[in-house]
Design a binder for this molecule. Sequence first.
Ligand SMILES: O=c1ccn([C@@H]2O[C@H](COP(=O)(O)OP(=O)(O)O[C@H]3O[C@H](CS(=O)(=O)O)[C@@H](O)[C@H](O)[C@H]3O)[C@@H](O)[C@H]2O)c(=O)[nH]1
Length: 406
Amino acid sequence: MKIAVMGGDGFIGWPTSLHLSDAGHEIHIIDNLSRRWIDTELGVQSLTPMDSIQERTRIWHAETGRRIHFHLIDLAKDYEILKKWLAEEKPDAIIHFAEQRAAPYSMKSDRHKNYTVDNNVSATHNLLNALVEIGLDSHIIHLGTMGVYGYSTVGAAIPEGYLPVDIEATTGEKVSQEILYPSNPGSIYHMTKCLDQLLFAFYAKNDGLRITDLHQGIVWGTHTEQTKRHPQLINRFDYDGDYGTVLNRFLIQAAIGYPLTVHGVGGQTRAFIHIQDSVRCIELALNNPPEKNARVEIFNQMTETHRVRDLAKMISEMSGTEIAWLPNPRKEAPENDLIVKNDKFLSLGLNPTTLKEGLLEEIVDIAKKYAYRVDRKRVPAVSAWTKDIATKINRDPEGKSLKSVS
Ligand SMILES: O=c1ccn([C@@H]2O[C@H](COP(=O)(O)OP(=O)(O)O[C@H]3O[C@H](CS(=O)(=O)O)[C@@H](O)[C@H](O)[C@H]3O)[C@@H](O)[C@H]2O)c(=O)[nH]1
């Protein structure tokens, strides 16, 4: 297949591009390189040393003989260029990762909120709009998030996208239907993914676009089979307070002897998936497109759930690193349970990589290897969800409560 990977320079986009190129597909990465600009804005860098996208694709060609093409296009801003590219290249499938993906970054300031909404919603809408305009039937696979469901503790398993409901009709009859699971975002970033869901539902219904939405949990790990092939194919690894995700952050903290930064009492239960499984799931979705005029296909892309404090305790025992119980900069439930259905990927043959000490140690090893690149000042998560929380956590001008652990 000819596949466009929108956002193919990012944390999941890059290993996905390599995985699908390895499987024999013709890959075109479309990216505005915004993630690299945001690193510059924040004054942080990936733990792992990353080469330019052009250099990465050159190395891939030298290693495998396969070409990955790169096109510098901004989905949110370059609508006409995007439309022209799609009309000329006519990809069979489009994998859409081209969104700002960090909740803390989206909550940093009013400017960051505007940027995240403008960028994410425009990128998704421009893509859908262009496909309809040029009459292209490419299968769209979107990387969504488990966070669209929210974390209310009702005790029932979260279904894959659609919730069966019984409503009493005016005739008194019980009418059964499936509705899109009610959205309950926990950040501006997560809210944009909820808005994406509505855009997808509309374009599937109105124009018959074929769309798969993957509600993915928190990704951990860094290597896939392909990124391991050459040092310059290495994936990015974020550890900072804005972009680093919880388990990868705890692993790098363990590697540098930095107390593990648990928010609150760490009672938050979240869904997780290893990066290798993430790219496999995308391939499974690619090989199982929905029919034309079908409703949006939704998969829960996660393999296990864990409570934040359990992860911290496990890594603390493994590494001897102490735990820092910090005031939570986020507005979120201090404790929640989470049960998630993921039958669809399992039935398509996904064999999950579960959290094992061996694998965790492998990552601690990578973290140790590149520990010299860590700026310890960038470890605390300081982006506050509300002005009240900001005032509380910054009570001390030095940001004592959050920074005292460095
Ligand atoms: O040092 C830390 C970092 C985070 N947390 C807590 O860990 C939980 C998860 O935080 P996270 O930063 O790992 O994940 P999140 O902000 O939800 O976002 C990440 O995970 C989402 C999947 S999910 O969480 O919605 O399932 C993806 O959509 C996003 O792109 C990705 O950045 C939160 O309760 C947070 O308060 C800590 O206790 N300590």
